[in-house]
Design a binder for this molecule. Structure first.
Ligand code: PML
Ligand code: MG
Length: 278
C-alpha cells in the first residue's frame, strides 16, 4: 500500500462507555489510505449506530497514522467451510479440531466451556492450555487483537474469491484478517470464535495446522452471546511476546486466501485424521 496509512478503530457500547460497565455492542477496525479515510469513518459510524445488538450510546472512533516500516505483511489462512445441521454438531466439530491440533479431550472441552460461559467481553479470553488459567491482565476487558486488515490493493480480488464461495460478508473478511494474525502470535496454538451478533450463527477454529475452519452454526439463532478464546501455550513463548504481537504489531494481509471448499462434518473428520464408521 502506498501513501499515508491510518488505523481507524471503532468501539461502541450501550449503557455507558465500556470502562464504566456499558455493554459492548460493536467493534471494528480498518487500515486505509488518506483518501479512504472519510468513507471508512462514515461506514464504521453507520455500523455502530445500526447494530443488531441494539443502539449504542457510546461510540469511540480513533485514527492513528501508521508508518510503512511498522507493517508486517502476512498471508491469510486458507478457508474451509464445514456445513453442520446445528450448533451442537458444530461445537462437537470444534472439539475434534482442537484434539487434532494436539490438545487433549479434557483441554478441548474445558476451553469450549470457558467460551460458552463467559458473557460478551469486548476482547478475547487468553487461556494457558497447560493450566487452563485465564491470562488477560484485565478479565473484564480481555485481550484485543488489533492493528490488522486486508491491503486495499487486493480487495477487488478478495471480494471475487469470497463471492464465488458465497461467503463475502464483513464477518468473514474481518474474522479471517484477525485469525490470520492471531494464530501467528508466539506460542499461539488455536483460536475459537463465534459471533455475538444474534442473527449470525457461524464461527470458526483457526490454527496454523488446519487454517481457518468455519462452521455454519456454532450457536443458536437469536443468541447474543459470543466471543473469542485464544489458546496459548506458556511453554512455547512468553506472555509479553504474545501480547505484544496481538495488541501492538500492525499486520496487513497482501494475498487472497485459498478456498478449500465446503464439507460435511464427516468429511472434515476424515481430512483431519479421524475415521468414522457411520
Ligand atoms: C463476528 O463477526 O462477530 C465473528 C464472526 C465469526 C465467523 C465468521 C465466518 O466465518 O462466517
Ligand atoms: Mg460483532
Amino acid at each position: 500500500m502506498k501513501g499515508r496509512l491510518y488505523n481507524v478503530r471503532m468501539r461502541a457500547a450501550r449503557g455507558g462507555r465500556h470502562e464504566a460497565g456499558g455493554e459492548h455492542v460493536s467493534g471494528a477496525e480498518r487500515i486505509v489510505s488518506g483518501e479512504a479515510l472519510k468513507k471508512t469513518v462514515d461506514s464504521l459510524l453507520e455500523r455502530a449506530l445500526k447494530h443488531s445488538k441494539g443502539k449504542a450510546d457510546f461510540i469511540s472512533i480513533t485514527l492513528e497514522e501508521i508508518k510503512e516500516e511498522e507493517i508486517v505483511y502476512i498471508p491469510p489462512l486458507p478457508i474451509t467451510t464445514v456445513e453442520v445441521e446445528n450448533y451442537i454438531e458444530g461445537r462437537k466439530g470444534v472439539i475434534r479440531c482442537l484434539e487434532a491440533i494436539g490438545l487433549t479431550s479434557w483441554q478441548a472441552k474445558s476451553i469450549l466451556s470457558m467460551l460458552e460461559n463467559t458473557s460478551s467481553i469486548r476482547g478475547a479470553i487468553l487461556v494457558d492450555i497447560n493450566s487452563l488459567e485465564r491470562l488477560e491482565p484485565d478479565l473484564s476487558r480481555g485481550v484485543r487483537a488489533t492493528g490488522m486488515d486486508w491491503s486495499q490493493d487486493i480487495l477487488p480480488r478478495l471480494n471475487l474469491v469470497l463471492d464465488e464461495e458465497g461467503i463475502n460478508n464483513s464477518h468473514v473478511r474481518e474474522a479471517v484478517a484477525l485469525a490470520s494474525k492471531v494464530v501467528r502470535a508466539p506460542g499461539m496454538v488455536a483460536e475459537v470464535c463465534w459471533s455475538d451478533d444474534p442473527d449470525y450463527t457461524a464461527g470458526y477454529v483457526a490454527s496454523k495446522k488446519f487454517g481457518y475452519v468455519r462452521f455454519t452454526h456454532l450457536k443458536p439463532a437469536g443468541d447474543a452471546r459470543g466471543g473469542r478464546i485464544f489458546c496459548f501455550d506458556t511453554e512455547q513463548a512468553s506472555l509479553e511476546e504474545c501480547m505484544s504481537w496481538l495488541e501492538k504489531q500492525i499486520t496487513v494481509i497482501n494475498q487472497v486466501p485459498s478456498i478449500n471448499g465446503k464439507f460435511s462434518i464427516k468429511e472434515l473428520l476424515r481430512r483431519i485424521g479421524y475415521e468414522t464408521n457411520n
